[in-house]
Design a protein around this ligand. Structure first.
Ligand SMILES: C[S@@+](CC[C@H](N)C(=O)[O-])C[C@H]1O[C@@H](n2cnc3c(N)ncnc32)[C@H](O)[C@@H]1O
Length: 155
């Protein structure tokens, strides 16, 4: 489970709620949250959902939409952020981890300014910070410059 997301959830949610993972990969975070009592679902290219195009879940709206290490791969970032917005409840939370353009181990073109500009018209309480995260995966074993984005859907 993404440690920073786990902490964010502890901080913002008093009880179990609903969540959508955009770019869920192997569904590790989705499964973790469901085991903890959340109602969580995920979508990914691997399960037939292309997030370059608008996506709306039958279970929407959610209390939390999160997306880890996927946004930097998406060309149509406006559409992706609009999908996050459309699947959220009013005042629902968005959490994103993606690579900063200063990261030497990925080819992201994102930075704090660009991500903030994508969010500003639809979200409030926008916070974008760069954090250092060590990639433990076998064959990786290096540091990443990660953009951590949190924001709340406008009411
Ligand atoms: C590095 S993995 C991250 C997986 C997971 N979120 C995590 O934190 O471990 C990136 C994921 O983004 C998905 N992805 C990339 N482009 C996508 C697209 N256009 N639509 C949906 N998913 C996409 C990939 O299939 C992959 O599972």
């Amino acid at each position: 489970m993404n440690k920073q997301l786990e902490k964010f959830i502890q901080l913002k949610f008093e009880k179990n709620a609903s969540a959508l993972d955009l770019g869920a990969g192997d569904f590790e975070d989705v499964n973790f949250l469901n085991r903890a009592g959340w109602k969580c679902e995920g979508v990914d290219l691997k399960t037939g959902v292309n997030l370059e195009k608008p996506y709306f879940s039958k279970s929407a709206p959610f209390d939390l939409v999160f997306s880890n290490y996927t946004l930097h791969k998406i060309s149509n970032k406006e559409v992706f952020i609009k999908t996050a917005y459309n699947n959220l409840k009013k005042n629902g939370w968005l959490f994103i981890h993606t690579f900063d353009k200063s990261d030497e181990n990925s080819n992201s073109d994102l930075d704090e300014k660009r991500v903030s500009a994508l969010l500003v018209s639809r979200f409030k309480n926008i916070k974008v910070v760069i954090i250092d995260i060590f990639d433990e995966e076998e064959g990786h074993k290096h540091w990443h410059k990660v953009l951590e984005v949190t924001a709340q859907k406008n009411d």
